[in-house]
Ligand binder design. Structure first.
Ligand code: PMP
Length: 392
């Protein structure tokens, strides 16, 4: 072993002894309610494929047709080798759906957050971010070079104190997830809008988990909280309820033009293959034409939520199809997850740094594609594992 490998091995050993070592788990099937792990069919309870679209025939057809028409690789960034119709079609449809003037696609939500934050704020500006914001938002905050202050999760009083106390800054930006990815609760968007207006601060919402899931029409967390008109821009992803991959920012023409000109994760990276926006466009149509998928999702959510609470598990204050069962210790969460897998249920332990220390959990996500039988099986497996580990 080389000296660097010895050093790296000791870092891995440290992770292992803290029960924080991750291993990739191979699945030999498409993402869906049932996946194949080690030759066994198990119920997948961990995807963000909320509407069951990732393997839907309609999306596959759209992707295959786009490959036939435009090939596999985009060739370069859109400003370099040109922009193909599927990206533009999706952007027009997203802007229309979200009620904004314009939209821009990115290769992923991680990149969209970095691009949007760097376009909005810079050194000398102030960002106030919820402690439970997604890692990509914090990455974007750091890269923007603006001053970052973190407020406790959904703590409006602390946020207001920070707003009152700020010195002279060019621009203030409040940053939050709309629907928090690891807790499943909604940000207090109405109150955040109000604070933003009173203290002249912009609000940036990451709606990665809300789009297609929340709101009467599936437009997301802003619709669910009744603040769409008050929030002129936000971002979301295409790889969750929309079953594809990539992300978008929707907003005014000026914002989108600025992103095209200055967002480094747009300028300096190869455009997503045409198949991905083509599939996402089909998903967006299904979100609007087939609300039954959303009703099935919410019925499944209620079934699992009620039964998990009934068994005595401690859940977060979730209001969504993200149903995190709090366990605490990373090793106990790992044991719980292993027992579930023995019973044919796959839901990995979520541990630091994804969640704060001492709050390791099993983050169950239900989808529209799960059947009542799947969920009953999950409940039985949870009851057995929970009793064995004295969690209930
Ligand atoms: N924001 C949130 C809240 C997320 O949960 C995620 C993905 N887990 C992202 C952004 C990043 O999106 P992507 O997976 O498209 O990079």
């Amino acid at each position: 072993m080389t000296p660097i490998d010895i050093a790296l091995q000791s870092e891995l050993a440290r992770l292992q002894s803290a029960h924080l070592l991750r291993r990739l788990r191979r699945i030999d099937s498409p993402c869906g309610p049932i996946v194949s792990i080690g030759g066994r069919a198990v119920i997948l309870m961990a995807s963000n494929d909320y509407l069951g679209l990732a393997n839907a025939p309609e999306l596959k057809r759209a992707a295959i047709d786009a490959i036939a028409a435009y090939g596999v690789g985009a060739g370069a960034a859109r400003l370099i080798s040109g922009t193909q119709p599927p990206h533009e079609h999706l952007e027009s449809a997203l802007a229309l759906f979200k009620g904004t003037d314009a939209a821009l696609c990115f290769g992923s939500g991680y990149l969209a957050n970095i691009g949007l934050l760097s376009a909005l704020v810079r050194s000398g500006d102030l960002i106030l971010a919820d402690r439970l914001c997604h890692a990509s938002l914090f990455e974007g905050c750091r890269l923007s070079r603006a001053t970052l202050r973190i407020y406790q999760h959904a703590d409006l009083a602390q946020l207001e104190r920070l707003l009152k106390r700020r010195g002279r800054v060019r621009r203030t930006l409040i940053v939050t997830d709309g629907l928090f990815s690891m807790d499943g609760d909604l940000a207090p968007l109405k109150e955040l809008v109000d604070l933003g207006q009173r203290y002249d601060a912009l609000l940036m919402v990451d709606d990665a988990h809300g789009t297609g899931v929340l709101g009467q029409e599936g437009r997301g967390s802003l619709e669910a909280c009744g603040v769409e008109r008050a929030v002129p821009f936000h971002m979301g992803t295409l790889g969750k309820a929309l079953g594809s991959s990539g992300a978008y920012v929707v907003g005014t023409k000026a914002l989108i033009q600025l992103l095209v000109n200055t967002a480094r994760p747009f300028l300096f990276t190869t455009a997503p293959p045409a198949a991905l926006p083509a599939a996402a466009l089909t998903a967006l149509q299904l979100v609007q034409q087939e609300p039954v998928r959303r009703s099935r999702l919410w019925a499944n959510r209620e079934r699992l939520y009620t039964r998990l609470c009934g068994l005595g598990f401690h859940l977060t204050a979730t209001v969504s199809p993200i149903l995190p069962v709090l366990i605490g210790d990373a090793d106990k969460a790992l044991h719980f997850s292993e027992r579930l897998l023995e019973s044919g249920v796959y839901a990995p332990a979520i541990r630091p740094p994804t969640v704060p220390r001492g709050s390791s959990r099993i983050r169950f996500t239900v989808t529209a594609a799960h059947t009542p039988d799947h969920l009953d099986h999950v409940i039985d497996a949870c009851a057995r594992a929970g009793r064995a580990l004295r969690l209930i």
